[in-house]
Design a protein around this ligand. Sequence first.
Ligand SMILES: Cc1cc2nc3c(=O)[nH]c(=O)nc-3n(C[C@H](O)[C@H](O)[C@H](O)COP(=O)(O)O)c2cc1C
Length: 316
Amino acid sequence: MKWVLAPLAGFTDAPFRRLCARLGADLTYTEMVSAAGLAHGSSPTRHLMELLPGEGPVACQLFGSKPDELAFAAREADATGRFVELNLNAGCPVPRIVHEGSGSALVKKPELVHELLKAMVRETKLPVTLKTRPGPRPDCVLLWELLDAAETAGARGITLHARFTSQNHGGDVHLDLLAELVQRAKIPVGGNGGVVDPATARAMAATGVDAIMIGRGAVARPWLFGELKGAAPQTVGTDPMNRLFLEHLDAILEFREMLARKYPNDHVPAVDGFVSVKLHTHLFRYFAGRPGAGELRRRLNAIRTLAEVRELAQNL
Ligand SMILES: Cc1cc2nc3c(=O)[nH]c(=O)nc-3n(C[C@H](O)[C@H](O)[C@H](O)COP(=O)(O)O)c2cc1C
């Protein structure tokens, strides 16, 4: 079984990917990268495609709705020489993305998915893959049309987030559809949705998928990949846990420095601002569920500088 870190906008940046890879993820994904952003030369979009030294294999996920923009983006991603795979996002339900015809808007348009994948395949020798959902609603399964669109476009893999668009990111994971996809597909199949521990991983593995992709289950629990491969579980509040937090923090600083060095003309936030954003969106989650987590959260909320973060982490 191949264990994969899902693309999670705001979370699967280079520091977190490297941590997950070190702790057992076989493949990690970038946050979704806008094809239109790349076509228009947006710097923040380019930052999403940067890797840290020592990362494992990384797939670059692209989103968009125009074949020429996806072709351009695939060419650009390929030219970096950094990625082992390019992926098309046909599943994100965020309104801003759907309104521009991307993400889960594509679940309803297998023909366009075919065009977009074909445009990407033409531009690269890297494997191109699709990440999608079974359909817009439980009474409208379009998975077989999407599978056909992918296979006939030359995609070399399909990952199914086995929830309908109408379910957003919650509710039942339709493992029956995933199992049927495995039976029908001629290309490798990845399963995604609701895997958070060995029991949920076993249930998904029973569908026969080639790979299991984990999203929220790995946030602030990067050791989950190792645990699923048989390593001892790490629990909240242990020493390794604090060391992981500090390793993650150091990687965030290393990444900020790399961006500032590589993009001297771009706005890269100063150290305290950068750390503060990552702390409040991502890092504080390491401490959720600990005894006294509420109080800790209040202290974390008041933190504005790197020195304060370090002091707090070292004294926990
Ligand atoms: C905060 C957040 C950000 C996400 N960003 C992306 C993204 O950039 N690209 C994508 O294909 N899916 C994205 N997803 C969906 C996840 O990749 C995954 O399909 C979903 O969370 C289900 O897996 P899980 O139950 O293991 O979390 C995102 C989900 C969340 C909660």
